[in-house]
Design a protein around this ligand. Structure first.
Ligand code: GLV
Length: 314
């Protein structure tokens, strides 16, 4: 496919303009770098490729042949409706997200097993009380999502001897997972035994509200870490699960509404840690590398491992 007019917009637009122009990497293409709120219908009519984290207001497909998401998640594109045109290619960014999410996750797992909160509290009262840390190789983890990110996370946790089970749409075996269960056949006893439940799933029709009263009800003093999408979790059910002891704690990086509204009870619940969607930020440099590789593959007809299956929604 031949791409001529490329429209970049949204967060990172200035950085991308600087990097791409400085390197003269887009020689031969016509490009526009337009801030989010300033994209006009004329820009959208003009473009045959649209590159951004999510669609702009008044987005229209017009003459687009290719849409490239600067993030891993494409749910905001999918939310445009069921009628994604068959002839418009959708790709997403694949980069060091698995490594970043691995580090984010490990930091909170270690905080838990090394009792950081408890020792901090003891220090405040000059209390000397030994509590043995737990070794990571005694810890059981269930990772929801066995794609690029979930697999890299499982690989990293495996380096510490963590036993990782996976949950995916198909339940197909994947490297680094002790076993993989399908979404429809999650073994309740795995959830009951899990110390940590880590969610990396995309938001799709199948995963919306997946973590509900029933699923939380299977858990037993687990810590949930959500780095997937906020809409996969029923937050009312999560708060109940914290209060009933199904959950010991929740570490949440993603929310249905972002920024998380100031009046959300999640901010102040003692069992909840809120972070502002930082577990896998796309850097401008990474965005450029992935974009250029994808552009090359789009134009040369090469293999596109970051192509989104719009039927599946990820
Ligand atoms: C972040 O959540 C992304 O989609 O990259």
């Amino acid at each position: 496919m031949k791409i001529t007019n490329i429209l970049f917009t949204g967060r990172l637009v200035d950085e991308l303009e600087g990097l791409l122009n400085a390197e003269e990497m887009l020689n031969g293409k016509r490009v526009r770098f337009v801030p989010d709120g300033e994209v006009s219908s004329e820009d959208l009519d003009w473009a045959d490729a649209f590159v951004a984290f999510h669609p702009v207001a008044h987005f229209q497909f017009a003459n687009l042949k290719w849409v490239h998401s600067l993030g891993a998640g494409v749910d905001r594109y999918m939310a445009l409706g069921d009628r994604w045109p068959e002839d418009v290619l959708l790709t997403r960014t694949i980069t060091s997200f698995g490594q970043k999410i691995g580090e984010y996750t490990l930091s909170y797992m270690l905080k838990e097993v090394q009792h950081h909160n408890r020792f901090q509290e003891q220090q405040g009262r000059a209390a000397w009380k030994m509590v043995a840390p737990r070794a990571l190789d005694e810890v059981k983890v269930v990772v929801f999502g066995t794609g690029e990110i979930g697999q890299e996370l499982a690989r990293i946790l495996g380096l510490f001897g963590v036993q990782v089970e996976g949950v995916s749409r198909s339940g197909a075996d994947k490297d680094h997972f002790f076993r993989v269960m399908s979404l429809g056949e999650i073994d309740d006893s795995s959830l009951a035994e899990a110390d940590f439940i880590i969610n990396t799933l995309p938001l799709t029709k199948e995963t919306a509200g997946l973590f509900d009263e029933r699923l939380f009800g299977c858990m037993n003093q687990a810590v949930i870490i959500n780095v997937g999408r906020g809409g996969t979790v029923d937050h009312g059910a999560l708060l109940n699960a914290l209060d009933s002891g199904s959950l010991k704690a929740a570490v949440l990086d993603v929310f249905e509404e972002e920024p998380l509204p100031a009046d959300s009870p999640l901010w102040s619940h003692p069992g909840v840690t809120v972070t502002p969607h930082i577990s896998a930020i796309t850097t401008p440099e990474e965005a450029v590398v992935c974009f250029l590789e994808t552009l090359d593959a789009v134009e040369s007809g090469g293999e596109l491992r970051n192509r989104v299956d719009v039927g599946r929604g990820y």
